[in-house]
Design a protein around this ligand. Structure first.
Ligand SMILES: Cc1cc2nc3c(=O)[nH]c(=O)nc-3n(C[C@H](O)[C@H](O)[C@H](O)COP(=O)(O)OP(=O)(O)OC[C@H]3O[C@@H](n4cnc5c(N)ncnc54)[C@H](O)[C@@H]3O)c2cc1C
Ligand code: FES
Length: 279
């Protein structure tokens, strides 16, 4: 976990490829400073394009944006991008040789399962990104359950191996929610009780994460949730990403997360929708 920020580095884009409705942006990984470790699954970087990142006549100045490091392989970092606004749109336009600013790796990663623990990976939409590097890191095979809104987005499942897919519109895989696949998986895990305790690793939109949290709470399954929040700094300085914990205190998603133990939260809600601290 980085409490003080590493320095911002200028990196070069090596590729930008379409993956269904998403883009996979690859960049030359930064040289590591002495003592600095490689990205761990669940960590993220704050990214900005070096050129045309706001400030011009008709451009809005942007802060850097947070992105999960989806993969770290052969001297490159990979990011999975969904164009949802001006920052992601600009990053989706970058091409080989473009320069970007990157600050990271940042944040608390997934804790890998203890020996004998059985990981179950659950992702929704662009939230599948940190599950790819998690799958790369796990010692053995683990069920991968991914949910998307439609067939174009479901092509993102190719980022991981052997994924079971659900789509909201039923165009690919299971017709329904990914949490229905998870309920099935936990039922079958329960049937094998005594063999291996499943541990759920999830990342996706808040409604999906809340459904995962509630299901895991109901079935007594440990779960780690990779949260999203609007982030201005990414390293603990601005408190813009604070969300309430179950005990009424607050956690900063950028340094106390983005991965949190599900038991730390009373509920997962949309960023910006946190109102009263739960009783
Ligand atoms: C730890 C972390 C990891 C992330 N990983 C990825 C990733 O791998 N790939 C990816 O495409 N996106 C990821 N995101 C989300 C990404 O940071 C936002 O989509 C991006 O900041 C939007 O910027 P924009 O300028 O394109 O759009 P904006 O105009 O800033 O926002 C567009 C819309 O998205 C909403 N939004 C903006 N930021 C967030 C956010 N952080 N969480 C939820 N909603 C938001 C806004 O409310 C608005 O409705 C991650 C966010 C966090 C915090
Ligand atoms: S983004 Fe600034 S404290 Fe988390």
């Amino acid at each position: 976990m980085s409490l003080a920020p590493p320095h911002r580095r200028e990196l070069r884009v090596t590729a930008n490829e379409a993956l269904g409705a998403y883009r996979v942006l690859r960049v030359a990984a930064p040289d590591r400073a002495p003592g600095e470790s490689a990205p761990e699954p669940g960590q993220f970087a704050m990214i900005a394009a070096v050129e045309r990142w706001g400030g011009g006549g008709d451009e809005r100045p942007y802060l850097p944006r947070a992105f999960s490091i989806a993969r770290c392989r052969e001297g490159e970092w990979h990011f999975l991008l969904e164009d949802v606004g001006p920052g992601t749109k600009r990053l989706c336009e970058l091409h080989e040789g473009s320069a970007l600013w990157a600050l990271g790796p940042l944040g608390r990663p997934f804790a890998l399962p203890a020996p004998g623990g059985r990981a179950v990976l659950v992702g929704g939409g662009v939230g599948i990104a940190p599950l790819a590097i998690l799958q790369d890191t796990l010692a053995g095979p683990a069920p991968v359950l991914l949910g998307f809104r439609d067939a174009a987005h479901a092509q993102g499942a190719a980022l991981l191996q052997d994924a079971l897919v659900a789509t909201d519109d039923g165009s690919v895989g299971h017709d329904g929610r990914v949490t229905e696949l998870l309920a099935r998986e936990l039922d079958s895990a329960e049937a094998q009780a005594g063999r291996q305790q499943p541990v759920v690793y999830a990342c996706g939109p808040p409604a999906m994460l809340e459904a995962v949290r509630a299901l895991c709470a109901q079935t007594g399954t440990p779960a780690q949730l990779a949260l999203e929040a609007g982030m201005a700094c990414g390293y603990g300085a601005c408190y813009g990403c604070a969300v309430p914990r179950v005990d009424g205190r607050y956690l900063r998603v950028c340094v106390d997360g983005p991965v949190v133990d599900a038991s730390e939260l009373a509920e997962v809600v949309e960023p910006g929708a946190y109102g009263e601290v739960p009783a």
